[in-house]
Design a protein around this ligand. Structure first.
Ligand code: MG
Length: 224
């Protein structure tokens, strides 16, 4: 295995999206004087994950997500508030919330000393640039590939086509590290990349879909 370049996902791989998002929504509830349900984050996560899966499959657009995400969450929780208005407040709060995953900076320090490190993310471009900057991780990243700017989302091969217009190595010489089995691992594998699944919760899967599986980011240093 000769790895020359690293592609790494951002949300829930480098940045703790869950911790950042939970803070952003609780701040939003406080701002509008809404009482915050105990299970808020769990309900949001279930609905949000389902919507992003639809976007990955091309069944829905990101614009649709903005319209329906919080209305769906509020509907399920019985909160009487305009979800589209809350979405804007939530995104505004989220913009400045960027909590790194434990070990992320240490890992990037190690990887960037050996390889160019490319961030590859399904998200909004300006938001990811800002969040990487707020988190202090930007200096380790050679270039950011973000679906909104590219026009396609992982696992679509056209997302990776755009990345490899800029990466001066072949997919077989490159590794994709990420927490999403569908977007990062299946997407990377189908494109011919070496894959490393970050599985912090120790989720069990029937058949191994990644070349490497780690539960902690620090383990990646002994692979690449
Ligand atoms: Mg992710």
């Amino acid at each position: 295995m000769t790895v020359k370049a690293i592609l790494i996902d951002i949300d829930n791989t480098l940045l703790d999206f869950n911790a950042s998002a939970e803070k952003a929504m609780r701040d939003g509830f406080a701002f509008y004087g809404l009482s915050c349900p105990e299970n808020l984050f769990g309900v949001f996560k279930k609905i949000n994950d389902g919507l992003w899966l639809k976007i990955e499959k091309g069944e829905m657009t990101r614009a649709d997500l903005h319209k329906i995400r919080w209305n769906t969450v509020f509907g399920e929780l019985g909160v009487k508030f305009d979800g589209e208005i809350f979405e804007k407040t939530f995104l505004g709060n989220l913009h400045d919330c960027a909590v790194p995953v434990v070990g992320a900076e240490d890992l990037l320090k190690y990887l960037s000393a050996k390889y160019p490190v490319y961030a590859a993310s399904n998200a909004f471009y300006e938001q990811q640039v800002h969040r990487l900057s707020v988190s202090g991780l930007s200096p380790y990243i050679t270039e950011l590939f973000v679906s909104e700017k590219i026009g396609f989302s992982k696992p679509d091969a056209r997302f990776f086509d755009k990345c490899f217009e800029k990466i001066p190595f072949s997919p077989a010489q490159s590794a994709m590290i990420g927490d999403s089995l569908s977007a990062d691992i299946d997407g990377g594998k189908q494109y011919g990349l070496i894959t490393c699944w970050y599985n912090p919760t120790g989720m069990r899967i029937a058949a191994p879909r990644a070349d490497f599986i780690v539960n902690d980011l620090s383990e990646i240093k002994s692979i690449f």
